[in-house]
Design a protein around this ligand. Structure first.
Ligand code: FPP
Length: 244
């Protein structure tokens, strides 16, 4: 990347290492076309392939996607079933290609609560791709940020960590995302301005970008626009930066 010209003309330090996406707007995309909501989720899944390619092209190393939240169980049963079977189909149909492309699949969230056979598929897909390093695709499925923090607390207490020793670095080791770095950029499609319980610990210093574009329409150029805006922001991490 340092020798070749970046496709957007960005220097390496202006490219986010870890991008996380709240893929919102599938339902509205479908409604606009008079289609059932699941058609929107299927179009969103197709879009994922395009965005994965664009991430590789732009030099992004980690992509975390919010695919199913702990709150999504409250959606109509057929939509829940549909989202479960989309994950199953993605694993069944795409794992060979993902593996061939050097994608490492990871999962964050609670496996408990997910159908047993799907749990097995998720674990097998993770195991199969664990040595890949071109792009990490981290799928948040049955994920909730507060649940993640509670699970971390439980694990810390079970591990007998001395309360006096606990600091942010140690705490983060007990999060689902360990050892991945925090996201640099969180993109939300569909026009809302909230985190919706997504990576709430890890988002502390992330840049947040919201676009009205619905997820199935969020293409390479839309991602490029988000990256250019990110590159123009000044990240201070709570400090004051010296003016040049
Ligand atoms: C939010 O749109 C989207 C979701 C809750 C699901 C996102 C899932 C995918 C894009 C499929 C990919 C999934 C996997 C497992 C790889 P919404 O339904 O809330 O849209 P709306 O706000 O317009 O109703």
């Amino acid at each position: 990347m340092s020798i070749e010209q970046h496709p957007l003309g960005l220097p390496p330090e202006k490219i986010p290492r870890h991008v996380a996406i709240i893929m919102d707007g599938n339902g509205r995309w479908a409604r606009q076309r008079g289609l059932p909501r699941l058609a929107g989720h299927r179009a969103g899944t197709e879009n994922l392939r395009r965005i994965l390619e664009a991430c590789v092209e732009f030099g992004i190393h980690i992509l975390t996607i919010y695919a199913f939240s702990t709150e999504n169980w409250q959606r109509p049963p057929n939509e829940v079933r549909g989202l479960m079977s989309i994950l199953e189909q993605v694993i069944d149909r795409e794992i060979d290609e993902l593996d061939r492309q050097g994608v490492q699949l990871r999962h964050i969230g609670r496996l408990e609560g997910i159908r047993q056979d799907l749990q097995v598929k998720i674990k097998q897909a993770i195991e199969r791709t664990r040595h890949n390093g071109r792009l990490i695709l981290n799928v948040a499925f049955n994920y909730g940020g507060r649940a993640e923090i509670l699970d971390a607390c439980r694990r810390i207490m079970r591990a007998g960590v001395d309360p006096e020793d606990l600091d942010e670095e140690i705490f983060s080791r007990y999060l689902y995302t360990w050892p991945l770095p925090d996201p640099d950029l969180i993109i939300r499609t569909g026009g809302e301005y909230r985190l919706s319980n997504f990576l709430i610990w890890q988002a502390a210093y992330a840049e947040i970008y919201s676009t009205p574009i619905f997820w199935p329409d969020f293409n390479r150029d839309a991602l490029a626009k988000a990256l250019l805006e990110y590159a123009g922001r000044e990240r201070r991490f709570g400090r004051v930066l010296e003016k040049a």
